[in-house]
Design a protein around this ligand. Structure first.
Ligand code: PMP
Length: 341
């Protein structure tokens, strides 16, 4: 192979990471704490899960669980699928992704664009139900020869990706000069992996999880009770069971946000900060602002923003969808589109 051209990377995989950290200005105008965001949508497949997809595949190859001609199967809300599919495209693996039906059409289309097969399952069933996306993924693994189940909810390579990649990168960028790390809670990979890395270096850093109303984490952390989860619209955060990738011991506090708060803040981040981010980003920033309001003194808060607005154009950024789900008043945002006929 000829020598690599200066300034180039050998494949898109080497373009994962080195995402910027940006200060928020407008949406934080009425709080004293500073909020900085790690803009993970600048990863090549559009989210922090690129780091996870790469680490899961690398780990599976090293363990001999995934080889030439293999098929990667995963239950995903879309971003892990995209990260896996991007790496699989280069390494020649097939992919089958099982998704709950609440996920945006843009995410389904993106996975298909990478050449993956997508299976859609009902969202509103128990995880143990044979129709749930977890159960269907497990069945497909049993039925498919050469299958590898990425299993982000129980695969230690998920939090490890953040321990070896996201965490050290943030530490190098900031020199550890922040007081609070806040992130949404899905599999817990981000929170557990980054949280462990930061706590090992600066134990006084506060790790704050943000959980949507409807998920069971908040109630479980506050009271120890396992409540029955119910449906909500924000994608990628909150769970209806406890994944083993979520290390709740690392958590110092947890903040709850509802769909409306998540979506209004997401729109604010795009319109007032120019940060083209997705719904769980609005959730994480809203959670960080609520946390900041509860503090006695100003702190420097770092918030991880998982993915981009492109994936939600038909939902959070569609006034009709927002109105029909009760997130926007009749009068709000009228006239933002003009049709010249
Ligand atoms: N936001 C989005 C959009 C996601 O797809 C995910 C992953 N499910 C998360 C947040 C939560 O990240 P983690 O799984 O690392 O807790």
């Amino acid at each position: 192979m000829p020598k690599l051209m200066p300034g180039a990377v050998p494949s898109i995989i080497e373009a994962i990471g080195s995402t910027p950290i940006v200060r928020l200005n407008a949406v934080t105008a009425d709080i004293e704490s500073e909020i900085y965001v790690k803009v993970e949508y600048m990863n090549p497949a559009g989210s922090m899960k690129d780091r996870v997809g790469l680490n899961i595949i690398r780990d599976a190859e090293e363990r001999g669980m995934l080889g030439p001609g293999g098929t990667i199967i995963e239950a995903t809300s879309g971003n892990t699928g995209a990260g896996l599919a991007m790496v699989a495209a280069i390494r020649g693996y097939k992919c089958i992704f099982v998704m709950p039906d609440k996920m945006s059409q843009e995410k389904v289309s993106a996975l298909r664009a990478y050449g993956a097969k997508v299976v859609i399952c009902p969202t509103a069933v128990e995880p143990s139900d044979p129709r749930s996306y977890y159960s269907v993924a497990k069945r497909l693994v049993e039925e498919t020869p050469g299958a590898f189940y990425a299993n982000q909810y129980h695969n230690p390579a998920n939090p490890e990706a953040h321990y070896v990649s996201t965490g050290p990168e943030i530490w190098d960028q900031t020199k550890g000069e922040f007081d609070v790390f806040a992130s949404g809670m899905g599999t817990g990979g981000t929170l557990s992996g980054c949280g462990r890395y930061f706590k090992e270096r600066k134990p006084e850093i506060q790790i704050v999880g943000v959980d949507p109303v409807g998920s069971l984490y908040y109630e479980y952390v506050k009271t120890g009770r396992m409540t029955k989860a119910f449906s909500y619209y924000v994608e990628g955060i909150g769970e209806d069971f406890l994944p083993s990738t979520m290390n709740l011991d690392i958590l110092d506090d947890i903040v709850q946000v509802d769909d409306r708060e998540c979506f209004m803040m997401t729109r604010e981040l795009v319109r007032r900060e120019g940060i083209f981010c997705g719904g769980s980003c609005g959730a994480a920033v809203m959670g960080a602002i609520k946390y900041a309001r509860s503090l006695d003194e100003p702190k420097r808060i770092l918030v991880l923003l998982p993915d981009n607005a492109q994936k939600y154009l038909s939902k959070i950024f569609n006034d009709d969808w927002m109105r029909s789900n009760g997130f926007l008043d009749e009068r709000e945002n009228e006239g933002t589109v003009a049709h010249i006929l």
